[in-house]
Design a protein around this ligand. Structure first.
Ligand code: CA
Length: 226
């Protein structure tokens, strides 16, 4: 079933970009531009997560989130524009699950949505079929045969993608798009370089076994037979 995301944002252009990105990722999107509409929509149920702007025509996102928290644990991601707003999201007990700072890339927002939903749905377990690996998305940590891997941010994300779909062959382009924030600014070689450093780290734990398989001229996959 598609999960429905409520976007509360009064700037139509921003809302449209968000909607497009989320729909591309398979989410259902409802858009409201005022706190009033948002209250009604949330009350009607069926919403999995709220993306909430701070400055809205009939009120502000902080008050709405605080009210919401009195009655529900519905995940909230704030869209913040200024440092002072970030300070409030982080510093006050508003109960937000995450925030992104404008201007943001829709890709980044989608990644946050996925992470928050995974966390709050309690489904952040490593899928069957990738034995040896355990992913902790909240702390961005991966253990391999019970050893914690010391990974850079991109190594972590790269391995998280591979471990999430054992056996699936990912092209360099796919990995680039899923892992890097500005794929257009990166080179294909970037993926290869990170695979190389990842392998070196895995090899320290299992010197005789390489869990990552190279598909020449195509890309990489995680071996299903660990
Ligand atoms: Ca606004």
């Amino acid at each position: 079933m598609q999960q429905r995301i409520l976007v509360v944002e009064d700037e139509a252009g921003i809302a449209e970009n968000i909607r497009y990105a989320l729909q591309t990722e398979g989410y259902d999107v409802t858009w409201c531009s005022t706190v009033g509409e948002a209250r009604e929509t949330v009350a009607a149920d069926g919403i999995a997560l709220v993306i909430l702007d701070v400055g809205l025509p009939d009120g502000n996102g902080f008050d709405f989130c605080r009210d919401l928290r009195n009655s529900s644990r519905l995940p909230v991601i704030f869209l913040t524009a200024r440092t002072s707003e970030i300070d409030r999201v982080v510093g006050l007990e508003i109960g937000a699950d995450d925030y992104v700072v404008k201007p943001f890339s829709p890709r980044e927002l989608c990644a946050r949505v996925r992470a928050v939903l995974r966390r709050t749905n309690g489904t952040d377990t490593t899928p069957a079929g990738s034995p040896g690996f355990a992913v902790d998305p909240e702390r961005m940590r991966i253990t391999y045969h019970d050893s914690l891997l010391d990974l850079s941010r991109y190594e972590y994300r790269l391995l998280e993608v591979l471990v999430g779909r054992p056996g699936q062959v990912f092209t360099r382009d796919q990995l680039m798009n899923q892992v890097w924030e500005e794929p257009e600014a990166s080179l294909d070689r970037t993926v290869d370089t990170h695979i190389k450093t990842l392998r070196a780290k895995l090899r320290r734990i299992t010197p005789d076994h390489d869990p990552i398989k190279t598909h020449r001229g195509v890309g990489y996959s995680l071996r299903e037979d660990q």
